[in-house]
Design a binder for this molecule. Structure first.
Ligand code: ADP
Length: 324
């Protein structure tokens, strides 16, 4: 059974079950109510005392009181049960929906990861076999070596993302905290990026002498994930802008692109683990949905905040701000 049909079946079962419970409660209420009214009528008919006797009005008041008390009890109990059932139903609905979504995202992740791991290995193998078998001229050799290197680096960053996010989640990551030059670290990552994507225009504005206390591996991963995303999600002929500067007593890193941007509705979702915008069947870009989740975790681990805004005239602007 596919995930979608399982979800439909569970939804139908849930609504049928909930309607049954509510219908049973309503039926219970009306049967008690009519029982109470029947008792009331019966007691009144059997009230034989002379209507003028002082005992008559006392007995009548007692019958009326009993009817009112019982009705109030049924309404109170019924209302409480109904409220509890509705609270429980909302709770179950939300947690089951969350679980199904997480399950679906994990399936997508496994599919994506299988593909992401196989592609660079196949490409590297094919390139190395070609180099081994044929005598190629220097230009062709260099091209194959460059492609292989790129694929290896992609594999490396993919594996880093997976390993580090699972270590951070499991609190087993041994962070190496040190005072370091953030300016030099960002410069370093952008140079590697520019070397890897030679055709992409990268406009940098990196202020000198910005220091940070943190883990160099995690911070490099943060910057490179943002750059990789800007590269992946924006047209090849559009530039990517990176800036690092001090602003209002904080250090602000911004990576801007001229891609499709991110809608307001999706902004809170994209930092969730395994979350990828759109549909797995129609999506063209490769990815695992771990990059921004990690970026947020790393930023927070360094007392920073990450946010996404519109870039002008178009695209997205991922900004990470750290205490100076
Ligand atoms: P991945 O890129 O592996 O799918 P991420 O966690 O890095 O996972 O990103 C989550 C989602 O956010 C992506 O699937 C993509 O839809 C969206 N996204 C991330 N960066 C950008 C960007 N610069 N422009 C447009 N969409 C983006």
């Amino acid at each position: 059974m596919t995930g979608e049909s399982k979800r439909k079946l569970l939804t139908i079962a849930y609504w049928v079950f909930l309607s049954y419970i509510i219908a049973a409660l309503v039926w219970w209420f009306f049967s008690l109510y009519s029982q109470n009214m029947a008792m009331y009528r019966l007691r009144r008919e059997h009230l034989t005392t002379a209507t003028t006797s002082p005992a008559y009005s006392a007995e009548l008041a007692d019958i009326e009181n009993t009817r009112r008390r019982n009705n109030a009890k049924y309404i109170g109990e019924g209302g409480t049960f109904l409220l509890l059932i509705l609270i429980g139903a909302v709770f179950i609905y939300r947690s089951v929906r969350g679980q199904l979504r997480a399950q679906q995202q994990q399936q997508n992740f496994v599919m994506a990861i299988t593909h992401e791991l196989k592609t660079p290995i196949s490409v590297a193998r094919l390139n190395l076999e070609t180099l081994q078998r044929y005598r190629l001229d220097e230009a062709k050799k260099e091209k194959l070596v460059n492609i292989t290197l790129q694929e290896t680096m992609r594999l490396d960053s993919l594996i880093n993302n997976i390993l580090i996010s699972s270590q951070l989640d499991g609190h087993s990551y041994q962070a190496a905290r040190e005072d370091l030059s953030f300016s030099a670290l960002v410069q370093d990552v952008t140079q590697q990026f520019a070397g890897r994507y030679t055709e992409r225009r990268l406009e940098r504005s990196i202020e000198d002498d910005i220091d940070i206390h943190g883990d160099p591996l995690l911070l490099k991963l943060l910057v490179s994930n943002l750059l990789e995303n800007a590269n992946k999600y924006s047209p090849r002929d559009r530039p990517i802008y990176l800036s690092l500067q001090r602003a209002d007593g904080r250090t602000e890193l911004q990576v801007r692109d001229e891609g499709p941007g991110i809608s307001h509705d999706e902004r809170k979702n994209i930092f969730k683990k395994f979350y990828r915008i759109g549909n797995e069947q129609t999506r063209k870009t490769k990815g695992t949905g771990l990059g921004l989740y990690l970026c947020k975790k790393i930023a927070e681990d360094h007392q920073g905040r990450i946010r996404v805004e519109n870039n002008q005239p178009q695209g997205s602007n991922f900004a990470v701000s750290f205490p100076a």
